[in-house]
Design a protein around this ligand. Structure first.
Ligand code: GAR
Length: 195
């Protein structure tokens, strides 16, 4: 169970690097009636991330953190997380690998969404690899972040069929649609249970 903050909400920090469709879907979910989720902070390692424009528009606190010196970047983020009383961290298209030190020092659960059916296709370029290997299914996975890349305990996973004429683009679109659906559900699963 994730503890409730003073405002009786779960304060989320969402880490992004780009487009931010998962950020948007978590935001929309958090705005539903009786939601206990509250996006308190958005962190991006990319100044030009589209998700930052969205954050600005929706008046969510956001911060660009340069990652050229990872130790310094992580130190800054830890300070922010503490000062904003963050309860849960969600990586949503965040393309930097967080250190074991960060994971330990944050003392928080950290979730990530990955565009494959883990443990298959960890890392990058998941769609092209799945198509090349003639997989019948792909999908997405929300999992806990640990020291090993894309290897933490799985929280929620959803499959999509790979068609005969599937392209990287069409598969990416299909998978992204289900990512946007399951990420808020996976967060709620963690929040509500002792997962
Ligand atoms: C998503 O497909 C997410 O699964 C992937 O980046 C995309 C971000 O999209 N994440 C990773 O590959 C992490 N290893 P979004 O910015 O629209 O949420």
């Amino acid at each position: 169970m994730v503890k409730l903050s003073g405002n009786n909400k779960i304060n989320l920090a969402i880490f992004i690097s780009g487009r931010g469709t998962n950020l948007k879907s978590i935001f929309n979910f958090s705005k539903k009636k009786n939601s206990i989720l509250n996006i308190k902070l958005v962190i991006s390692d990319n100044k030009f991330a589209k998700g930052l424009e969205f954050s600005k528009k929706k008046k969510i606190d956001y911060k660009f953190v340069k990652f050229n010196k990872k130790k310094i970047a992580e130190y800054k983020i830890l300070k922010l997380i503490e000062s904003k009383q963050i309860d849960l961290i969600c990586l949503a298209g965040f393309m930097k690998i967080l250190s074991g030190n960060f994971i330990k020092k944050s003392k928080l659960k950290i979730l990530n969404i990955h565009p494959s059916l883990l443990p298959k296709y960890k890392g990058l370029n998941t769609h092209i690899r799945a198509i090349k290997n003639k997989e019948k299914f792909s999908g997405c996975t929300v999992h806990f972040v640990n020291k090993k890349l894309d290897s933490g305990k799985i929280i929620l996973q959803k499959k999509v069929k790979i068609n005969k004429n599937e392209t990287v683009n069409s598969l990416e679109k299909k998978v992204l649609m289900i990512e946007n659906k399951i990420y808020p559900l996976a967060i709620m699963k963690v929040v509500k249970s002792n997962f």
